[in-house]
Write a protein that binds this ligand. Structure first.
Ligand code: ADP
Ligand code: NI
Length: 220
């Protein structure tokens, strides 16, 4: 490893400590373990896709520090991350690339254009994969509890799409969240490496929902 690579790796280690400190006590589904999973998945996808592994790792580690659920506003969150990055020995171009990735990767923003760089695609896929599958099911119920939502409400029509306003208000149930977001994610994955993983996780969620509905009706 040359000196330059060593320095970039040191920034990634510092990003890990920074994110850990910020997200350790989160109960909204953005806890440190989510970030750890996304960061490991981003590394794995980056290797398979030939993306810049260290840059993907740094962006993944920082991606939720700026989340608007955890800050006064998205802008305030991004400013916090940007201030931290500026203190790091990292080329300005790389800092900008990381800021671009974390400010445009969220799903709720909806109108974000497709990720411009392979690194952005990889980190976005890693975050989305953590919202598909067995762990995603757990995160969804954790989040619903945090919000004070019901598990399921058959009187509420399933809403497959929500306006940004509705999304912000978060009038939903955990089960509805599968239809408004989780089941759509596999078709929004960018890279082939992520699509392969997403397919299997998607099928698992479909089986889960089928069993859930049978149990709800007392049939199984
Ligand atoms: P991230 O920023 O990690 O992509 P989000 O902020 O959208 O994810 O959500 C964090 C976790 O909480 C995800 O697993 C997501 O599916 C879940 N979640 C988000 N909104 C809702 C909701 N309205 N009801 C239930 N779960 C939700
Ligand atoms: Ni995330």
């Amino acid at each position: 490893m040359n000196a330059m690579e060593q320095q970039r790796n040191a920034v990634a280690d510092a990003a890990e400590a920074f994110a850990k400190q910020k997200l350790e006590h989160d109960l909204s589904g953005h806890d440190w373990w989510h970030v750890q999973r996304v960061s490991k998945m981003a590394e794995r996808l980056a290797m398979e896709e030939g993306a810049d592994v260290v840059l993907c790792r740094i962006a993944a580690l920082l991606h939720d520090v700026a989340d608007e659920k955890l800050n006064e506003s998205k802008e305030a969150g991004l400013a916090k991350v940007s201030a931290w990055l500026q203190e790091q020995p990292l080329a300005a171009k790389e800092q900008q690339h990381i800021m671009e990735i974390i400010s445009t990767m969220s799903y709720a923003a909806g109108k974000n254009p497709p990720m411009r760089s392979l690194e952005g695609q990889v980190v976005q896929d890693a975050d989305r994969l953590d919202a598909i599958g067995a762990i995603a099911i757990a995160r969804t119920f954790l989040y619903a509890g945090w919000k004070g939502h019901l598990i399921h409400d058959p009187a509420m029509p399933i809403r497959e799409s929500m306006t940004l306003e509705q999304y912000r208000e978060e009038k939903s149930t955990a089960i509805n969240h599968f239809y408004e977001k989780l089941l759509k994610l596999k078709d929004k994955l960018n890279t082939n490496a992520a699509k392969r993983i997403g397919e299997e996780r998607h099928r698992y969620m479909e089986r889960y929902l089928e069993q859930f509905m049978h149990e709800w009706e007392g049939e199984r």
